[in-house]
Design a protein around this ligand. Structure first.
Ligand code: C2E
Ligand code: CA
Ligand code: CA
Ligand code: CA
Length: 277
């Protein structure tokens, strides 16, 4: 039993070392990839149920490395967060989204854009001020930008980050809580923090409308949000049944493959032209 234990121990260390090496390799490739323009954005439309129109899009980061392989953000974002490269990546995302949104607005679509921010990006007031001046430089009204942050940040009660969130919002930027319902979220946090939108994770309605409990939870969440004047965006809407349920329950916004997958800018403009206006 003793030798087996020791072997497990070695195995564990090997695994850890491999993991670290893999992370370092990804970090270096990412840093290089930023210089080589291997990163780009795609945009996923979000529908406003009250008008039936696309009222905003979420910017999602994509990486096609030098060998032509697509690496998922679920893989590279956590590495960037750990190594700190998320600051450079985040700067790129904001800058590119502003450039793209100038074109979207010029093309006649007065819609908003939602941008993901990692917790680690929110610990620096100077960075936040830089974001605002970037938005201003591009002549984008700050109110047409939403920053999405995950619910874990709200629960961690980190004063500096919360102060920065308050500051951003005071300057007109909107805030959304991302992935609501995946952590140990409590509706209690909602009354204390400055938020405009709740994005409910797709796991919240993946079995709806057949699962009566999910339907009941959705109904309760929508009531609380309405009372607090927070708009709800349902994520990962994949089926007509989910769409109809959300509409019937008076959810505010929907996003998901049922409407559209995330699209490169050119395709997004074509999609917007076909959808409305
Ligand atoms: P997220 O912010 O929750 O983004 C939604 C994810 O769900 C996206 O995955 C999107 O492609 C996917 N999705 C959209 N509709 C559907 C649907 O109907 N069904 C299913 N199954 N999935 C759907 P993606 O693009 O792979 O991004 C994964 C995560 O990576 C994001 O989750 C976000 O946390 C992170 N991420 C992406 N771009 C950025 C970024 O620019 N900055 C930061 N900090 N994180 C980012
Ligand atoms: Ca998001
Ligand atoms: Ca989400
Ligand atoms: Ca409202």
């Amino acid at each position: 039993a003793k030798t087996a234990g020791r072997r497990t121990h070695y195995f564990f260390n090997d695994e850890l070392r491999e993991q670290t090496e893999r992370q370092n390799a990804i970090h270096n490739r990412m840093r290089n990839g930023l210089k080589q323009h291997e990163f780009y954005l795609v945009y996923q439309p979000i529908v406003d149920f009250s008008t039936g129109k696309i009222s905003k899009c979420e910017a999602l980061l994509r990486w096609q490395d030098e060998n032509g392989n697509h690496i998922s953000p679920a893989e590279f974002i956590p590495v960037a967060e750990r190594t700190g490269l998320i600051h450079e990546l985040g700067q790129f995302v904001l800058e590119q989204a502003c450039i793209d949104w100038t074109l979207v607005h010029k093309s006649g679509y007065p819609i908003e854009v939602s941008i993901n921010r990692s917790e680690r990006e929110l610990n620096d007031m100077e960075a936040a001020k830089q974001w605002l001046s970037c938005i201003k430089q591009h002549n984008i009204p700050s109110s047409s930008i939403t920053f999405e942050i995950t619910e874990s940040l709200l629960m961690s009660n980190k004063q500096r980050q919360l102060q920065i969130l308050h500051y951003l919002r005071s300057q007109g930027v909107q805030l959304a809580i991302d992935d609501f319902g995946t952590g140990y979220s409590s509706m209690n946090y909602l009354q204390r923090y400055p938020v405009d939108y709740l994005k409910i994770d797709r796991s919240f309605l993946n079995h709806a409308p057949d699962d009566r409990i999910q339907v009941a939870l959705l109904d309760a969440l929508l009531r609380v949000a309405r009372a607090l004047d927070i708009d709800v965006i349902a994520e990962g809407v994949e089926t007509k049944q989910q769409w109809e349920l959300l509409q019937q329950q008076q959810c505010d916004f929907a996003q998901g493959y049922f409407i559209s997958e995330p699209l490169p800018l050119k395709e997004l403009l074509e999609f917007l032209r076909r959808w409305q206006f």
